[in-house]
Design a protein around this ligand. Structure first.
Ligand SMILES: Nc1nc2c(c(=O)[nH]1)N[C@H]1C(S)=C(S)[C@@H](COP(=O)(O)O)O[C@H]1N2
Ligand SMILES: [Mo]
Length: 219
């Protein structure tokens, strides 16, 4: 299992790098790979698919269902009318790049879960992107932390299409792959199902500094 996991990480990281190289001119012009060492910089645009349908503010829907008392399909206006919470936190990809002090805001995932009434039998959440290509997961304990947002804004504007807009997840204490973009669906379930990158080797519990073979090394 350990060997399989390590192989999975190697493959996952390689795929991610290939995707990244295809779109990142800095990387492309740096054959040494030394730009890997630059700790704080700009976001890189990541997507496991070549294109995702663009949803305008009027077309967006977030379906929240599964083991909940009041399943709902929310519009962007519905989400915008809920209490908004702001966070200023770093964004860190497991491949090494990091963006410091990013401004995020949106609905605390725990507020949304309270609104739909998660049943006691639920233990975890499954997240799906609206284009159907990406999935993620959290335990309910993780999902109800005060630093997990259904983000409507980042970098002082609405979440752009490339960053997963109109709505993405932001899980501050975990690596970027947990922060699913183009969020379309949240299902309350009785067990964790590993998400897209986790099926390819990354840790399901993607804590920054203490997962994926890292042990609090200073990044
Ligand atoms: N739907 C979807 N969400 C995703 C990804 C993806 O490929 N598809 N990539 C993840 C990874 S590995 C990272 S580092 C971040 C990158 O966010 P950004 O593209 O806004 O920089 O999105 C995460 N969420
Ligand atoms: Mo990532």
């Amino acid at each position: 299992m350990v060997a399989l996991g390590a192989a999975g990480i190697a493959v996952g990281a390689r795929v991610e790098r290939v995707l990244e190289r295809a779109i990142d001119p800095v990387r492309r012009s740096d054959p040494t790979g030394l730009s890997d060492l630059v700790p704080i910089g700009n976001f890189r645009y990541y997507s496991v698919t070549s294109s995702v349908p663009r949803l305008g503010p009027a077309d967006y829907r977030l379906r929240v269902h599964g083991l909940v008392d009041r399943p709902r399909t929310l519009t962007l206006a519905d989400l915008g009318a809920m209490r908004q919470t702001a966070l200023v936190r770093d964004f860190q990809c497991v491949t090494g790049w990091r963006v410091g002090n990013v401004h995020w805001s949106g609905v605390l995932l725990s507020d949304l879960l309270a609104a739909v009434g998660v049943r006691p039998t639920a233990r975890a959440l499954t997240f799906r992107s609206f284009d159907g290509s990406y999935t993620e997961s959290l335990t309910l304990d993780q999902a109800t932390r005060p630093d997990v947002l259904v983000a409507l804004r980042m970098l002082d504007g609405p979440v752009t299409h490339d960053h997963g807009g109109p709505v993405r997840l932001y899980i501050a204490p975990m690596y970027g792959y947990k922060s699913i973009k183009w969020l379309g669906e949240i299902e309350a379930v009785d067990h964790v199902t590993p998400g897209y990158w986790e099926q390819r080797g990354y840790d399901v519990d993607g804590w920054i500094g203490r997962s994926n073979g890292r042990d609090d090394d200073p990044v």
